[in-house]
Write a protein that binds this ligand. Structure first.
Ligand code: PBG
Length: 328
């Protein structure tokens, strides 16, 4: 598209269209909308519980009653899409709470969909919040077993769908999970339930604050045998291609900011809706610097969200959703 025949200065003066805010607004290429945002929620057992996550100012662990009040507030702000993370009362080796009919996410799904049927409720499918060892799969001989884990992820996904999840979002990074989940959903009358796959998910230090929020830090080792290495770009394209082949409806790049190149590469390579996860550490850094008055937090937030959309994301999962909605 590059036109090499642009006239040179002084005929060409790009500042002409930057002169007033009307001009700037008219020719802005990337405009954020409330429809772009998905807001993550951390749900715990109990009632009347609401505790701020110390490393994520403004974000809370909440019991279901408070999650319902939160949904009301979100809808008033114009946000109609949420992503649920469950923190169970008890954990075990095989993450039983993840696929329990009375698990925390299952209960939350039923109550949210009953009170707010029009809310788009996406459920994160993973085992790390539910396993005593904090890994995203079943452990044998100190290593995460891929194929054994697929069975549990399929059970978890089906259980979420049965309890009202509108979109299933597997974040575990096992090979073949999208196919396994698509199969179980199709066999059980959920052929219309979309899958949003965390396709290119990197083993990132930016997840630190989330692990406090979701109480999901691995108890030994790290996630590098299943999440991607941050130096890899071609492999990310391969991951995305495989997830599309296995039936993903929406693919995701995560984190967002250190991986904007991959958001663009994915957008250019595949004609499929693309999500980006503006993760916990990306949120906390801005909050911390703003608290110290080192940056203008609101302006940096809007700039960052715009950059993710400009890179090519169709939707952005972000803890900033509410604050940004107030400025749009
Ligand atoms: C679960 C999961 C994680 C995040 C989303 N789903 C953490 C991890 O993989 O350790 C991170 C989100 C964030 O940092 O905001 N596997």
């Amino acid at each position: 598209m590059t036109n090499l025949n642009y006239p040179n200065f002084p005929v060409s003066r790009l500042r002409r269209l930057r002169k007033t805010s009307v001009l700037r607004n008219m020719f802005r290429e990337t405009v954020l909308s409330k429809n772009d945002f998905i807001y993550p929620l951390f749900i715990v057992e109990g009632t009347k519980f609401k505790k701020e996550i110390s490393s994520m100012p403004g974000q809370f662990q909440m019991s279901i009653d408070n999650v319902l009040r939160e949904c009301e507030e979100l809808q008033k702000l114009g946000i109609f899409s949420i992503l649920l993370f469950g923190i169970p009362a008890a954990k075990d080796e095989i993450g039983s709470g993840a696929y329990d009919k009375n698990g925390i996410v299952q209960k939350a799904l039923r109550e949210i969909k009953k009170e707010f049927p029009e809310m788009l409720v996406i459920s994160d499918v993973c085992l790390c919040e539910y396993t005593s060892h904090g890994h995203c799969g079943v452990i044998e001989n100190d290593s995460v077993q891929n194929d054994e884990t697929l069975k549990l992820l399929a059970k978890e996904a089906l259980s979420h769908a049965e309890n009202g999840a509108d979109i299933i979002a597997p974040s575990d990074m096992m090979d073949g999970r999208v196919g396994a989940i698509r199969k179980v959903l199709d066999e059980n009358n959920f052929s219309e339930t979309p899958i949003m796959a965390y396709s290119a998910k990197f083993a990132s230090a930016f997840y630190g604050p989330f692990r406090e929020a979701a109480e999901s830090a691995p108890q030994f080792g790290d996630r590098k045998s299943y999440q991607m290495d941050s130096g890899n770009s071609d492999e990310a394209i391969k991951e995305i291609a495989l997830d599309i082949q296995e039936g993903a409806d929406i693919v995701m790049v995560k984190p967002a900011l250190s991986y904007l190149d991959l958001i663009r590469r994915a957008k250019d390579n595949f004609n499929i809706p693309l999500a980006a996860y503006n993760v916990s550490g990306e949120y906390s850094m801005i909050k911390a610097a703003a608290e110290k008055n080192w940056i203008d937090g609101e302006k940096v937030m809007m700039e960052v969200l715009t950059s993710i959309k400009r890179a090519g994301a169709d939707v952005i999962i972000t803890y900033f959703a509410k604050e940004a909605a107030k400025l749009i």
